[in-house]
Design a protein around this ligand. Structure first.
Ligand code: SF4
Length: 246
């Protein structure tokens, strides 16, 4: 099956995905955003000095976790030297260190670290994915890139919809990316005005997952103390409670 190279081809390929493995394969083969394809490949070619002896993944990064997830964690996009290097979301960077330590404390991950795709990490009751699947320059996808990538997210949520109860949006970008999902996957008109993002923000609809806001686990937030481990523990404890996860 030819890899998607246009927004229309992303829509068609995502719609055909029959399960998460098929979707992940489609995502990994996507070439629809020229700027992001160029960037992910350039980063993979030039590498960071500390990783010079490694072969970077240099492709889109699919989601991670259970097909029967009750909790979803929605991020912005993979990191250039994290997911774009290791091929697994939130793996091999400081953001992932913070996130998986928190998931481990919450009993949702079997280990507190996520350093490489073959490190033995597993998560339970949880699916982790990003609104945009390729690492963007300066962590800033354009609106066109966000919209081009959205069908992957929409299909992924459709596939886990039967069990999904709570979505934790990491940052304002992810929070905003949820409203089109509500329309496309759940057939619901998003609230107007849109609820504002904030740490601890909570939106609860009918026949759709609850949405929880959490500051992004970026170094910018965790190194400055804007987001602490205790704050993450509170959010994941709340998410588990809403989702009915022990
Ligand atoms: S950002 Fe999404 S749509 Fe664009 S090339 Fe990457 S996977 Fe494809």
């Amino acid at each position: 099956m030819a890899e998607p190279r246009t927004p229309h081809e992303v829509v068609a390929r995502a719609a055909r995905a029959t399960d998460l493995a098929d979707l992940d394969a489609g995502v990994s083969d996507c070439f629809a955003c020229p700027r992001l394809v160029g960037w992910r490949e350039e980063v993979a070619r030039t590498r960071r000095a500390a990783f010079r002896d490694q072969t970077y993944w240099g492709r889109p990064v699919p989601g991670l976790g259970a097909a029967d997830a009750r909790i979803a964690i929605l991020g912005l996009a993979p990191a250039a030297h994290g997911g774009n290097r290791t091929g697994r979301i939130f793996t091999g960077d400081r953001s992932g260190d913070v996130l998986f330590a928190a998931l481990h404390r919450a009993g949702l991950a079997n280990q507190p670290t996520s350093v490489a795709a073959d490190d033995g990490l597993t998560v339970r009751d949880t699916r982790i994915f990003a609104a945009v699947r390729c690492a963007p320059p300066d962590n800033k996808p354009t609106p066109d890139e966000r919209d081009t990538c959205a069908p992957w997210l929409h299909r992924e949520v459709t596939l886990i919809r039967p069990t999904l109860r709570v979505v934790v949006a990491l940052g304002a970008f992810a929070w905003a990316a949820w409203w089109p999902v509500l329309r496309q996957v759940y057939g619901q008109r998003p609230p107007s005005p849109r609820p504002a993002f904030g740490h601890g923000a909570h939106w609860s609809g009918t026949d759709a997952p609850d949405l929880l806001g959490c500051y992004h686990v970026s170094q910018q937030n965790t190194f400055t103390g804007r987001l602490t481990p205790e704050m993450l523990d509170d959010v994941f404890g709340w998410a588990k409670q809403l989702a009915g996860v022990d």
